[in-house]
Design a protein around this ligand. Structure first.
Ligand code: C2O
Ligand code: CU
Ligand code: CU
Length: 432
């Protein structure tokens, strides 16, 4: 902690090597240990300061994905950290408990920086949630699961070439989970909470358990769901998170898998962009005797209530097509719109081509009001910061930017397929 009582973390962006498989080590980038970064953790209400140093030979940034914070602390393309430089953003944690993440956001180079290994989790805790009795012992029954696809060349190096067929950018054929291939976890309790993050550049992961088992979805991007939802599958596009609770029987083994996604894209997109692939993600190995753990309670968190569900006025429309939003590519010097702070707006998102796109907004968590005119499915009933824009199914969301006005520093909104983002499928707005 510093003298003002802020919790202080330090991150060092650095090149390194990792041995992912037999043979030569892989050249990587990361925070601290040369690949990925430490899980940062802070309490709601607490002030944090992160001292970031850049020891890479190129400019990068660190963005706090899903975090409510002042625009100049956001770590987007306007907060570059030059080689040898440092940056110390500070802010007060002011949002519900959830699983966020951090990653670089340099304009035009985000895909490469994340692909080389720069990413980490940022967990927010709320002491008031302890009464829920959810699994909460980190590394024991509360497990981070950072999922990324990679392609290795014949020399064990990350293959960074973009495929000639397919318009989503890098799709790998090997999964890294928390930076390892083929991981397992020894389970000692009846229930484990998995904090799933899709940190892949372009691949959508549809998570499911082996043997047709169900799990309980308890949280999404911005916090706990209003109520737990028992399901066979949860699909995460790049950037999205989910928290699930898995129940195990003594001695059994269950595998968390990544199944072919349901994207409703055209044949070409599906065939050449990972649409048919399945992977094992994580094997859960239950001990012969398991310590008891409580079932998630029937009510978890107050539901988002920015606006009523259903049709109503639309304040802004976003058309996602090609690598553009509303026919425009990102302009670093162009502000796309201004929005009043503390005012709720209704936005409509529309993917008008057969390519997968997502929509992510900085600084806030939004409420999904409808998908294709209907009430959102259970997994979209909590706070979200990234949502899949399914071709042909317009989505309405209610957004509000609380507190921080700044006439000079913009926030971003963009497609979180990182190749699309780098191509300029991004815009920026000021909260005034
Ligand atoms: Cu995770 Cu603007 O990004
Ligand atoms: Cu973000
Ligand atoms: Cu896109």
């Amino acid at each position: 902690r510093d003298t003002d009582g802020a919790r202080v973390y330090s991150l060092r962006a650095a090149a390194g090597t990792r041995r992912f498989k037999p043979g030569r080590p892989t050249r990587t980038w990361g925070f601290d240990n040369g690949h990925l970064g430490p899980t940062l953790r802070a309490m709601r209400g607490e002030t944090v300061r992160i001292d970031v140093r850049n020891t890479l030979r190129e400019t990068t940034t660190v963005h706090w994905h899903g975090m409510h914070l002042p625009a100049r602390m956001d770590g987007g393309p306007h907060q570059p950290i030059p080689p040898g430089g440092a940056w110390s953003p500070t802010w007060r944690i002011d949002q519900p408990a959830t699983t966020l993440w951090y990653h670089p956001h340099p304009h035009g180079a985000t895909a490469r920086h994340v692909y080389r290994g720069m990413a980490g989790l940022f967990i927010i805790d709320d002491p008031a949630d302890r009464r829920l009795g959810l699994p909460a012992r980190y590394g024991v029954d509360d497990i981070p699961v950072i999922v990324q696809d990679r392609k290795f060349d014949g020399d064990n190096q990350f293959d960074e070439s973009r495929p000639l067929i397919g318009g989503v950018g890098l799709i790998g054929d090997t999964l890294l989970v928390n930076g390892t291939i083929g991981p397992y976890h020894d389970v000692t309790t009846e229930r484990v909470r998995l904090r799933l993050l899709n940190a892949s550049n372009a691949r959508t992961h549809r998570f499911a358990l082996s043997a047709g088992r169900t799990f309980t979805l308890i949280g999404t991007d911005g916090g706990l769901l209003p109520e737990p939802y028992e399901t066979h599958t949860v699909q995460l596009t790049p950037g999205e998170r989910a928290e699930v609770v898995v129940r195990l029987r003594p001695g059994e083994r269950i595998v968390l898998r990544s199944m072919p996604p349901d994207l409703n894209v055209n044949f070409w997109n599906s065939r050449f962009e990972g649409g048919d692939d399945a992977f094992d993600v994580l094997e859960l190995r239950a001990a012969p005797r398991l310590a008891p753990s409580a079932a998630p309670p029937a009510a978890l968190a107050p539901p988002p209530r920015l606006a009523p569900f259903g049709p109503g006025r639309v304040d802004r429309r976003f058309k996602l097509s090609g690598h553009k939003i509303n026919e425009r590519r990102m302009g670093m010097d162009r502000i796309d719109f201004r929005i009043d702070r503390d005012r709720t707006e209704i936005w409509e998102l529309r993917n008008t081509n057969g390519t997968p796109h997502t929509f992510h907004v900085h600084d806030t968590q939004f409420q999904v009001l409808s998908v294709n005119g209907a009430a959102p499915p259970p997994e979209l009933r909590g706070w979200k910061d990234t949502v899949y824009a399914r071709p042909g199914a317009p989505i309405r969301i209610a957004v509000r930017f609380r507190g921080y006005a700044d006439p000079n520093h913009p926030y971003m909104y963009h497609c979180h397929l990182l190749y699309h983002e780098d191509q300029g499928m991004m815009g920026q707005f000021l909260v005034t």
